[in-house]
Design a protein around this ligand. Structure first.
Ligand code: ZN
Length: 117
């Protein structure tokens, strides 16, 4: 994956995480504290302490998304971002643009949904 693509997905991921965090009105203080050390241009994922604090206030769905975002950022770091966890093939860009933290390609996702997972 190209560096500029990576940077774009990092931005998308951080924006999505930010959006979830901002939904938590009562966590604003924590959010401000956690954002301080985060440079906007690279994949600094915030502190563990910050995320632990946040998780208490998250719904299951939000927590899952946050975890997926965190995983995706790790994958960008280690170069496996955009690879399907199911079949090992690259996930299409159009899918990643909509769901940058997708773990599965559309084919595997459909299979999973069919099997009720
Ligand atoms: Zn797949």
């Amino acid at each position: 994956m190209l560096k500029k693509d990576k940077e774009r997905y990092i931005k998308l991921l951080l924006k999505e995480k930010d959006r979830i965090c901002k939904n938590l009105g009562h966590s604003r203080e924590m959010l401000t504290k956690g954002e301080k050390g985060i440079p906007t241009h690279i994949a600094d994922h915030g502190t563990d302490e910050f995320e632990k604090g946040l998780e208490i206030n998250l719904s299951d769905g939000e927590l899952k998304t946050i975890n997926n975002i965190r995983e995706a950022l790790e994958k960008i770091d280690n170069g496996t971002f955009g690879i399907c966890d199911g079949c090992g093939k690259p996930i299409s860009k159009s899918r990643l643009d909509i769901l940058p933290y997708a773990n599965f390609c559309i084919t595997c996702q459909n299979e999973k949904e069919k099997s009720g997972e």
